[in-house]
Design a protein around this ligand. Structure first.
Ligand SMILES: [Zn+2]
Length: 424
């Protein structure tokens, strides 16, 4: 089982694990079991203990600590978790993925399966960091699935590296592979108690060196316009067409607070699903802000729009409902600075220039952190997730493995009696 992260990734990428929205089953698609079951087998082959898979598909395993009994950190190193998801996004094909491995020499990358799909340097300046290095793409007809099979391959390779290098001291490590992250349900049945880690890291980020401790806080708003339908032939003075009121709502959605016009820490209001007929129309809207109280401000903007349009269409009835989605993990990260400090130091020791980057989205870690398992996110080397131009830097993947191995050692150093001051 001595495999590189790339070899592992290529095997996993070819297995179709696409999840599905609005499925009645969990995992949302049965095919995710193929990779989940394979990982159970491979974790056992790597010699990990307590390898389990539950009825929901969560795979868990332990890499037992190897500290000698007289080590000053013995009994003090918390159990550290590593988490990645096996499913790929429903927004692009995930079947018959044909990974293309190429030595990147510069310039745009043309994809063999579809001449219209191009990975351009102008949109991907990070490609230039990979000149002379190995890059993986799909053939352009599917996504690649680096999100998050790169994360899965990285964790498996880090476990293999730690197993075959007993000189690297580490405490107990727990590993979990989850289904259905891409459909917002990756932590739905995640048993934090059973996992038993005090701190964990998702391996589900992108550019080498990028680390994440902040995500959006997220609510969904649903606006429903109730009208009245009747045969159009006899509709005069009776029909109340909800579509007309909904159109007036949509034109009022602020264009300067939209995903297309914002970046960094800026919030947004994003109308993203529209359904309608005369009697009833609904609009689903994503509200996003890093600053959780800011969600209230976004809601008030919608209330204003609804009031205005209600006055224009007095015979309709317009409702606004808010559904809480997830919260910025920073709000719940807790007071132990080690969870972030160790990660920062681990990336530096891997020769990278680490950077904390706010995620304009949520991760499984947002929900786990809110449920009191602090869970920052680590890069994988993948980019352009969820579409046919997704690509993976093998250098980034290898640096992620190195960062994780360092991370486990640094936790031991931080918990040792004498080294804390010396190293930090
Ligand atoms: Zn992901």
């Amino acid at each position: 089982m001595n495999e590189t992260a790339l070899e592992r990734f290529l095997r996993y990428a070819r297995i179709d694990t696409q999840s599905a929205e609005d499925s009645a089953s969990y995992p949302s698609t049965a095919k995710q079991w193929d990779l989940l079951n394979l990982l159970v087998k491979e974790l056992k082959e790597l010699g990990l203990s307590d390898v389990t898979i539950d009825e929901h598909g969560y795979v868990m395993a332990t890499l037992p600590g190897n500290l000698p009994p007289d080590h000053s950190a013995q009994g003090k190193v918390p159990v550290i978790g590593l988490i990645a998801h096996v499913d790929t996004s429903p927004s692009a094909g995930g079947k018959d993925v044909k990974p293309q491995v190429l030595e990147y020499r510069g310039g745009d990358i043309k994809l063999l399966g579809d001449p219209n799909v191009l990975i351009s340097v102008s949109e991907n300046p990070e490609l230039l960091d990979n000149v002379g290095r190995t890059v993986v793409t799909s053939d352009g007809t599917t996504l690649l699935g680096a999100d998050d099979k790169a994360g899965v391959a990285i964790i498996m390779t880090a476990a293999q590296t730690l197993r075959s290098n007993p000189a690297v001291a580490h405490g107990d490590i727990r590993i979990c592979f989850t289904p259905d992250e891409e459909v917002g349900a990756g932590t739905k049945y995640f048993d934090i108690q059973k996992f038993g880690a005090s701190f964990a890291y998702t391996v589900d980020g992108d550019k080498p060196g990028e680390l994440n401790k902040e995500t959006f806080s997220a609510n969904q708003a649903v606006i429903t316009v109730h009208g009245r339908n009747i045969h159009p032939g006899t509709a005069k003075g009776i029909m109340v067409n909800s579509i007309r009121a909904m159109a007036d709502i949509i034109v009022r959605m602020p264009k300067d607070i939209a995903p297309e016009s914002t970046e960094g820490y800026e919030p947004y209001i994003h109308p993203h699903v529209l359904e309608g007929a005369e009697a009833r129309s609904t609009l689903k809207i994503l509200l996003r802000d890093f600053h959780t109280p800011g969600l209230e401000v976004l809601k008030q903007k919608l209330e204003q729009i609804v009031a205005e349009v209600q006055a224009l269409h007095p015979r309709t009835r317009i409702e606004l409902k808010i559904v809480e989605q997830y919260r910025n993990m920073k709000d719940y990260m807790g007071t132990d600075p080690r969870v972030l400090d160790c990660l920062w130091e681990a990336a530096k020791r891997a020769g990278l220039e680490p950077e904390w980057k706010p995620i304009r989205g949520g991760t499984d870690g947002s929900r786990l952190t809110e449920r009191s398992l602090p869970c920052p996110n680590i890069f994988t080397g993948g980019q352009n997730f969820h579409g046919p131009t997704e690509w993976l830097s093998v250098y980034g993947m290898e640096k992620s493995v190195e960062t994780i191995v360092n991370l486990m050692q640094i936790w031991v150093e931080k918990c040792s009696l004498n080294s804390y001051r010396a190293n930090f």
